[in-house]
Design a protein around this ligand. Structure first.
Ligand SMILES: Cc1cc2nc3c(=O)[nH]c(=O)nc-3n(C[C@H](O)[C@H](O)[C@H](O)COP(=O)(O)OP(=O)(O)OC[C@H]3O[C@@H](n4cnc5c(N)ncnc54)[C@H](O)[C@@H]3O)c2cc1C
Length: 507
């Protein structure tokens, strides 16, 4: 490969520049794998093209297009492409080994901007970084503690070099089935409720168990599994970290079932909202006696390393989800403002106030995440981890902010978010035109735009069943209830009472 200088993240990087895999090549690589994927009770070979999974797959495919083609969105390209210290070439920032504050900050900027771009989940890639960096640091610490008797770090490095060379889609697998949550793994009635080593061979190990709720898992090329919880001495067999190709014998995926999936299956794309990138999809990943060769085993019984590992990947994942949700609220603000404008109330005071409140929430989440990235904790491996206080504050604040923003979006957008007619209704002879007439908003706004944005807003609000939106907006929007307080509160009485107490005016 020729040596070029490539502009990445505003810096000039020198190194071996390899062409990065684009979306089509990524799809081709999935086609070449022999995965076992079940959706809705059936085995599906072309799972990436299943109506339920296609939009979620598009999210990941888009990351590859944005990485490989700087012209699609130069700003996002700069954020998405990083330099690999392992190959000297370029690699997705999702896979980068994080060694500087700038790397961490760029990571959250990328996640926020990418979420604004798709409004969908790219969990099949983002959780990789949350596992890769903690595992990088912990394997280094374990090998140092054993005085070189273990070589996990070198193995992991070799694995990551291959991952960087191919810019592979790696899925970090964390959450175990867990059974009785009050019991550690070895006390569970069924020993497989946490992924465990069932056999140790000369050339590797055999693992059994399942990782549940795995975002975008069927779209992975490689699975990277780590324990979900801190383990004790009797849980040595559960202290296992490994990588396995996603089509290895014994690995299967069962897509999760959420009620909102029915919408993706039943509706025309124009009625769905975010049809391109759609709704979050996750899956059960089942490991049924899967052989893992030694060179892909990165922890094998070191229970005392798991507390640190869990701590670090939790913080990393909280950093990702906070940055991501900040971008999501940005999108909610956009949809809310568009709806207000289409409804002719874009400049009304109480609407602008709500939009500002949403923006404060988004920036507060991002600010806390940025603080966590800018004041990281160092590890002896050189990997930096987000500041624990700030990143946990970001995640906790985000939980509430998202609910507040969903409510505001419903309140600003109006009942049309859940009551609009479908595309098919608009085609009813003699009635479709009447529906268009009665769904018109402000002059100059095409009725189709208003209807499309209403559906996107419904989908973004995450309230996409009738009751939550009905509760916010039906019986009159909350601003009208507040109006009653403005009209009926006896401000004069209250003021007089305060002035009397302060000794002002007549006693
Ligand atoms: C849509 C979605 C996508 C996800 N994507 C991923 C992913 O890509 N990768 C991944 O690894 N994970 C993923 N997760 C899993 C997520 O991290 C878990 O949902 C989370 O860790 C909680 O686990 P749980 O759902 O089993 O809840 P539970 O463990 O059942 O918790 C339920 C409640 O019980 C409490 N509880 C549980 N155990 C105890 C205890 N011992 N003592 C006291 N209280 C306890 C909890 O605090 C909580 O309040 C995803 C989850 C969802 C919903």
């Amino acid at each position: 490969m020729p040596v070029h200088a490539a502009g990445i993240g505003g810096r000039i990087l020198k190194g071996r520049v390899t062409a990065m895999m684009n979306g089509d090549e990524y799809l081709k690589s999935l086609r070449n794998m022999k995965k076992t994927v079940y959706v809705g009770g059936r085995k599906v070979d072309d799972f990436w093209d299943h109506p339920l999974l296609r939009p979620a797959f598009n999210c990941l495919r888009t990351t590859y297009d944005l990485e490989s083609d700087p012209n699609l969105d130069p700003g996002l390209h700069r954020l998405l492409v990083a330099q690999s210290a392992l190959t000297g070439g370029r690699v997705s920032r999702f896979l980068q080994i994080v060694r500087t504050k700038e790397d961490l900050v760029a990571r959250i900027e990328m996640q926020r901007a990418l979420m604004r771009y798709t409004g969908g989940c790219f969990g099949g890639r983002c959780i990789a970084g949350a596992v890769i960096n903690p595992l990088w640091s912990v394997t280094e610490e374990v090998d140092r503690a054993t005085g070189g008797k273990t070589v996990y770090h070198e193995r992991f490095k070799a694995f990551m070099k291959k991952v960087h060379e191919g810019n592979l889609a790696v899925m970090g697998n964390i959450t175990d089935a867990k059974g009785d949550r009050s019991l550690p793994p070895h006390l569970q009635e069924d020993p497989d409720l946490f992924v465990r080593i069932v056999e140790r061979r000369k050339d590797g190990i055999v693992v059994n168990g399942a990782k549940l709720q795995q975002s975008g898992a069927p779209f992975a090329q490689e699975l990277l599994a780590v324990p979900t919880t801190a383990l004790g001495p009797e849980d040595g067999d559960y202290a296992v970290a490994f990588a396995v190709p996603a089509d290895a014998p014994g690995v299967s995926f069962v897509n999760d079932s959420a009620c909102c999936n029915a919408k993706l299956l039943a509706m025309e794309p124009g009625d769905i909202g975010n049809a391109a990138f759609g709704m979050h999809q996750s899956a059960h990943v089942i490991f049924d006696h899967v052989f893992i060769p030694t060179e892909r085993v990165f922890l094998c019984g070191e229970w005392n390393a798991t507390r640190l590992l869990v701590h670090r990947f939790s913080d990393y994942q909280r950093l990702s989800s906070s940055a991501c949700r900040s971008g999501y609220i940005d999108l909610c603000i956009g949809a809310a403002e568009a709806m207000a404008d289409y409804n002719g109330v874009g400049k009304v005071g109480h609407i602008r106030e709500k939009l500002i409140d949403m923006s404060i929430d988004s920036e507060t989440i991002f600010g806390l995440a940025a603080g966590a990235a800018a004041m990281p904790d160092a590890t002896t491996s050189g990997v930096l981890c987000p500041n624990t206080f700030f990143v946990n504050a970001a995640k906790l604040f985000m939980n509430g902010a998202l609910v507040r923003c969903a409510q505001k979006l419903a309140e600003i957008g109006g009942g049309i978010l859940v009551t609009r007619p479908s595309g098919a209704d608009l085609e009813i002879p003699g009635v479709g035109d009447l529906l268009r007439k009665y769904h018109k908003g402000r002059n100059g706004v095409p009725v189709e735009d208003r209807l499309r944005m209403a559906r996107l807003a419904e989908s973004l609000s995450g309230l996409a069943s009738i009751t939550p939106i009905l509760s916010v907006i039906a019986a009159g929007p909350p601003a009208t209830q507040r109006l009653n307080f403005r009209l009926l509160t006896d401000f004069g009485r209250n003021r007089k009472a305060a002035e009397r107490l302060a000794g002002i005016g007549k006693k």
